[in-house]
Structures are given as C-alpha cells and as structure tokens.
Write a new protein. Structure first.
Length: 319
C-alpha cells in the first residue's frame, strides 16, 4: 500500500526554470457550458465527459489531435460524472441520484445519494480499484463546509468518507491503488489518505497540497504525479507526491475544470473547460472557453479503474 507520508500541510514548492511548460490546443469546435468529468473507456476506445448544467453526457472518439463527438444523452437535471463498466454500462451521477445506462441505451434509476430538500447536488466522481463508485457533493447555496464524499457499497449502501467539505471535487488513486487523492476546491486543498480496495478500509486524510487557487478535477500519471485543473487560472498544474510543482499546461480558457489521460497508450492529456462564469471581456479574450483541449505532456497516464457494473447500484442510500 503506498503512503505519501511526510507531506502534511505542505505548500507546493516551485523550482523556477525546472518547471516544464506546455500549451494545450482545442480538440474540437463544440463549446460546453460546464464541461467536466473526462473518462477514458479503454475497452471501447472512447472518451466520455459531461456538460453538468446542460444535463448532458457525451461520448466520442479520439482521432489524432481531435475529439470527435458521436452521441449525447440528455437528462432533465444536472449530471456531475460518468464512468463505464468493462461491459459497456454507464453509471451517471444525476443531481441527487445515480442512473445506469445499459449498452443498448436503457436508463434505470439507481441509488439516491442526496435527500430531497437538501440544497446540494452531486459533483465529481470516480471508481476505486475494486470498481466501487465514489461521489462528492457541492452546495447550491454557498459553501457551508458540510459537503460530503461518499462511496457506494454493494447493495447501494453509502459509506461516508468526508462530511465537512466545502466543495468535493477531483478524485484519483495512486498507480498501486494504495492511496486516494481528493480535492476540496473551497479549501484550496488536495487531500491524501491510505486506501485498501480489498477490505474497503479508508485511512485518515492528511494535507497533500495547499494551493494558491481552486483545484478542480485531477488525475495521475504513471509515475504518481498529480495533474490538477485549476479553475479560474487557465492552467493544469502538475505536482509530485512530495509537493513540488514540476509542470504547467497553459489553456486558452480561464475555467479549466478537469483532466484525464486518454488514448490507447494514455499518452494524451484531455482537458475540459467551462464557458460559464466569465465576464464579457473574458469571453471576448478567450473565445475557446467551453471547448475540450488536448496536450502532449511527455508522460503516460495511470489507468483509471472501471465501474464494477450493475451489481453495485441499488435503491438504498440517502445521506
């Protein structure tokens, strides 16, 4: 089990000229309101992503330096995340509940995570190495530090991992599966904790990074370095597990939202962005806001676990 010890409360360091710099390029012409949650489905060589506030789940293929959209599913509510099983089923986080989509397109309601009347919605999510789905929440009436990160157990029961977050965001597991990283955008922090997928044991969290900005979605490369989309900064930053900034990707869109390594060799960084929450001057200056972007950053990604499939979601739940 990996354990990034000795990094509690560590602010990232910068090494001047040693920080590598890359520039992302638009991957298509389509613009999204709040593009998020990129997921590489390696079994079908397809890219999945969501447009949260538009209530859309998108699928497409990677074709050289472009992402070609192929289909879209539209819901009458926000959609925070999408993952795929090895069999091609989709698990989608709606506003309060999960939905499953069969390979033939049938949609089935699943676990309700957030109770009716609670002013929160589901946000970013991902799977652990055992295929269990983890999902966080976002407050709809301002940060109150009562948002949660939960894990959906077999049978639909909920395991609360955190219950004091400002805005639960990006999730990623180390290449050996022994540690979980998670972002709290409001706190400007990325947490780390030990994790045992076989037993389900989750260790206490500790500070990995305290950033000068708003960390959103994140992913890991094969060397265990974190790639973090920084909302409002027009950047993806890369940090080692020791807290050292080693690279930055400039994106011609201020509101970078999430990242994933995609492609058969996981050697291309896909970046989602948002077109919302921009001033008129920002929209004029950054007309590519809301597009998908791609960047060659010279490393390969760590494979992301697939969802275990339809044995996992069920009707029990509710925080």
């Amino acid at each position: 089990m990996s354990s990034p010890d000795g990094i509690a409360s560590r602010r990232p360091t910068r090494t001047g000229d040693a920080v590598k710099r890359f520039h992302a390029v638009p991957a298509g012409d389509e613009r999204y309101v709040l593009g998020e949650g990129p997921f590489w489905d390696s079994d079908r060589d397809r890219v999945l992503w969501v447009d949260i506030n538009a209530g859309e789940v998108h699928g497409g293929r990677l074709e050289e330096q472009r992402v070609v959209p192929e289909w879209v599913l539209t819901f009458r509510e926000t959609v925070g995340a999408v993952v795929s099983s090895r069999a091609g089923e989709l698990l989608i986080a709606g506003a309060r509940s999960l939905f499953t989509v069969s390979p033939n397109g049938g949609v089935t309601p699943g676990t309700q995570v957030i109770a009716d009347g609670t002013a929160s919605r589901l946000n970013d999510g991902g799977c652990d190495p055992a295929g269990r789905f983890l999902i966080g929440t976002l407050s709809l009436d301002g940060p109150i530090n009562q948002e949660v990160l939960v894990r959906i157990e077999n049978g639909g029961h909920l395991r609360v991992i955190d219950d004091d977050l400002g805005l639960s965001n990006g999730l990623a597991f180390t290449p050996d599966g022994g540690a979980l990283y998670s972002a709290d955008t409001t706190a400007s922090k990325v947490w780390a904790r030990d994790y045992d997928a076989d037993t389900g044991a989750v260790g206490p969290r500790r500070d990995l990074l305290h950033l000068d900005g708003k960390p959103d979605g994140l992913c890991l490369d094969a060397d265990g370095n974190l790639w973090i989309a920084m909302w409002g900064a027009g950047q993806v930053r890369c940090y080692s597990a020791a807290g050292e900034q080693i690279a930055v990707v400039d994106v011609d869109a201020p509101n970078t939202t999430s990242v994933a390594f995609v492609g058969a060799d996981l050697d291309t960084l896909l970046i989602t962005t948002a077109s919302e929450q921009l001033s008129e001057s920002q929209r004029a200056r950054y007309p590519d806001s809301g597009r998908l972007f791609l960047a060659d950053v010279g490393v390969r990604g760590s494979p992301v676990p697939s969802w275990a499939g339809t044995a996992a979601p069920a009707r029990p739940g509710l925080l």
